[in-house]
Design a protein around this ligand. Sequence first.
Ligand code: MG
Length: 383
Amino acid sequence: MTHNRRDFLKRAGLLAASGALIGANDCNSGKQNSQSNKGSKKMELTYKEYELKLKHVFTIAKNSRTTTPDMQVRIHYKGYTGYGEAAMPPYYPENPKSAKKFYEKLDLGQFKDPFQIEKILNYVDNVAEGNHFAKASIDIALHDLVGKLMDYPWYKIWGYDKTKTPSTSFTIGIDEPEMVKKKTEEAERFNVLKVKLGGGNDKEMINSVRSVAPEKPLYVDVNGGWKDKHKALDMVNWLEEQGIEFVEQPMPKDQIEDIAWLTQNSSLPIMADESVQRIQSVLDAYQVYDGINIKLMKCTGMREAHKMINLARSLNMKVLMGCMTATSCSISAAAQLAPAIDWADLDGNLLISNDPYEGVQVVDGKLVLPERPGIGIKPIKKI
Ligand code: MG
């Protein structure tokens, strides 16, 4: 038997074994999945489209929907699997088709090992412009993989105190008063609620929530729904009387001077969301907003989010971490950074009915990080 033939038979045997162990349908639609996943000495990327089913119709200032398109990503290396995700709400420019096109351009097999995180993610970043969500999915899978190889969760690798995680808010979308009351009742186990405004019924929304939860701390997210700065300030003053803690993206992101004026005159912290994408925009938000909302999907993942937190802190800015509707994969990845932030809005996994993972938990309203390595998730059903 020649050496090559022996290698071939060995690989074929491993392939059969790995198929039996991980299931033939484990995320196998990627073109780089031509070899065995288990035991491969080169990183291999696989990916699969997944539709997130929402528990309730979700309405914000811009639209309503019942599902969210999503890509589930895996990086396989030496028998380990790193999990990643791109959750892609329809009001963003990316979708599963654009993500697949991006993944097809990647060759992770060229890197010696996954520990070269900076080198690998700089390469991923330079393969094509944009594609922040797709890039985030690779970043998350790589972090999960490296954490698993080191056998530590990322909060520990970064040196954070896991007891310092904040409570997560639970989001109440724009709706009719009866539905808002019902959702508020259902959210009883959360210490904080985030109420979506900007749909033309702002006071009705707050009054409906307050009728069920008179004392609960509330955050408000306007998604750029207010256009006039004087009316915006009147509303901020009214919201302060209602016990609101901060106002997120009160006006459209291009009304920079109006927002800076509002921030200067507001008694509540004014937070940037749509105005903030990657690290450069932290500097753009400085002295326009009091703080920033970081989302892994917008900023290309955990590596950049970690840098943005450090930069915002050095500028004395507040930090909120938010999310898309997503599985426990990207939510648990974001939660690894939660001990370093002021406020968390990491409820995206709780808004869906088909979460395939178990990860970060909400206990007495607070985010509780698992002890599992990497991003801390385990699959609980096949996708
Ligand atoms: Mg927001």
